[in-house]
Design a protein around this ligand. Structure first.
Ligand SMILES: CC(C)(COP(=O)(O)OP(=O)(O)OC[C@H]1O[C@@H](n2cnc3c(N)ncnc32)[C@H](O)[C@@H]1OP(=O)(O)O)[C@@H](O)C(=O)NCCC(=O)NCCS
Length: 445
């Protein structure tokens, strides 16, 4: 007999499979700061990054070393939050970066004992991926060997990734005249993510979530919301620098940025492979989540609606029927996964809204507005465009949700005549209507 643990494991694994295909061949830039490198959880983090690599994610790690450098250079001069790097300091810093890089390379090469990855051989590639320029003189302070990235050689990094290597970047940049500059790792990670047109920038933090000013955890933020929170953080603190980097990448077009804990074993996997996540995600509000369905979506729709059909919430539709009627459907798609759907069947100047469904793990998650409401808004817009006066719905279990979204109760004789004759009295669904004309003129909410 299967134990509860086995069932739990199987369920978790099944639930995570859509993410495995969604993340495959995507480019994730990971910022692993010096604090994370010093933490005892580092081996697990490397293990999880190796797992991502094995699952086909193109992983680029940018490491930092701020606490290690602070410990070695107690008399560093700072201008604002930026360290001034003189020639002696640069020697020490190069030594520290070399050690940390070797430590990471060794961990990626260890063959991860007692794990399914113990025979996995991961090639780690590094190189002259970054051209830098000196920061120069700011407010009269010459920053010497402190630099900023001038160019990310995306082609070189791409070549290494295409060769199935995991790329490891130290915060150093080289100038065309052969000098080496010390860069801020957070800023560099954002530059690398932007230069590579990466799908994600993931920063490890010592806290599980970004929090609001009262300390409440926030699981999903838009760049504007994050920007507002940054005002409350001490400028130049490790967290402020990291969040600034996430903000920069997000504003620059990296679709999803994440902050996850380096102290919480498994946080990275929880964030990437579950709908509820286990960290804070920064992304623009998704106006484009809902789109017309395509034939390729049929499998996703079937997976979504079968459990609801079996529970009697939705009327059963065969796969053939779905294929024939696919142009009636809208889907909500997140990260390549169909997470919601609905269908609109015009009937005279009314349209039936049917098959409204949101994947269970995506209900009440971190999307605002919710996916159900987004689908409804998309359906209303499509019905208005098609010249419909109202939308009606027949529901057995979702009456209150439709009420909350502007539908009102109606009688069967208010249905379009052809639909009245098809009404299934046994199912005894409630009839609900929403007028669309008033929406069009902007009078209703
Ligand atoms: C109804 C449904 C599409 C809503 O999707 P969603 O993405 O969770 O919806 P939103 O995020 O837009 O709204 C969530 C709110 O609706 C509420 N809600 C969800 N299902 C509800 C129901 N059956 N009755 C009343 N309220 C419901 C939630 O409790 C939540 O309210 P809260 O935030 O105040 O707690 C989704 O719950 C679903 O797929 N249900 C099963 C299928 C179904 O009933 N389809 C309708 C067939 S006619």
């Amino acid at each position: 007999m299967e134990s509860e643990d086995t069932n739990e494991y199987a369920r978790w694994f099944r639930d995570s499979t859509p993410y495995i295909s969604a993340h495959r061949l995507k480019t994730f830039v990971v910022l692993l700061g010096g604090e994370a490198l010093a933490h005892r959880n580092l081996t697990n983090i490397v293990h999880d990054l190796a797992l991502l690599h094995v699952l086909g994610v193109r992983v680029v790690v940018v490491h930092g070393a701020r606490p290690q450098i602070d410990a070695a250079l107690r008399k560093s001069t700072f201008h604002g939050s930026r360290r001034v790097t003189d020639a002696n300091a640069m020697e020490t810093i190069l030594g520290i970066y070399g050690q940390l890089k070797s430590k990471l390379e060794a961990l990626f090469s260890t063959g991860l004992p007692a794990s399914p990855l113990h025979n996995t051989d991961i090639a780690v590639a590094s190189g002259n991926f970054i051209t830098a320029r000196p920061v120069g003189v700011l407010d009269g302070v010459d920053h010497l060997f402190t630099g900023v990235a001038r160019k990310v050689h995306a082609g070189r990094i791409e070549a290494a990734l295409s060769n199935n290597a995991l790329v490891l970047i130290s915060p150093l940049g080289y100038s065309p005249s052969g000098q080496v500059f010390n860069l801020a790792s957070d800023d560099l990670a954002a530059d690398v993510a932007l230069g590579l047109n990466a799908d994600k920038l993931i920063a490890f933090d010592d806290q599980p979530y970004v929090t609001d000013s009262s300390g409440n955890p926030l699981t999903n933020l838009t760049p504007i919301q994050l920007d507002a929170l940054l005002d409350d953080l001490a400028p130049g603190s490790a967290r402020a620098n990291r969040l600034h980097a996430l903000l920069k990448a997000s504003r620059g077009g990296v679709k999803r940025c994440h902050s996850v804990s380096f102290t919480d074993d498994g946080a990275l996997l929880g964030e990437l492979f579950t709908a509820e996540g286990r960290g804070t995600q920064i992304s623009e509000a998704r106006a484009d989540m809902v789109r017309p369905a395509r034939t390729a979506d049929v499998a996703g729709i079937v997976e979504l609606i079968r459990p609801l059909e079996e529970a009697g919430v939705l009327v059963r539709r065969s796969r053939d029927r779905l294929e024939q009627e696919i142009e009636r459907f809208l889907v909500a798609e997140i990260d390549g996964i169909v997470v919601g759907c609905c269908a609109i069947y015009p009937c005279g100047t009314s349209a039936e809204l049917a098959c409204v469904a949101v994947h269970e793990s995506y209900r009440k998650t971190r999307h605002n507005p919710g996916i159900g409401v987004s689908l409804l808004t998309g359906a209303e817009a499509a019905a208005i465009k098609a010249g419909m006066d109202n939308l009606f719905v027949l529901t057995t279990q979702t009456h209150d949700w439709f009420i909350e979204n502007g539908f009102t109760d109606a009688d069967i004789d208010q249905l379009p005549v052809p639909k009245q004759s098809l009404y299934n009295y046994q199912r005894n669904a409630k009839v609900m209507v929403k007028q669309l004309r008033s929406l069009e003129s902007g009078k209703a909410t």
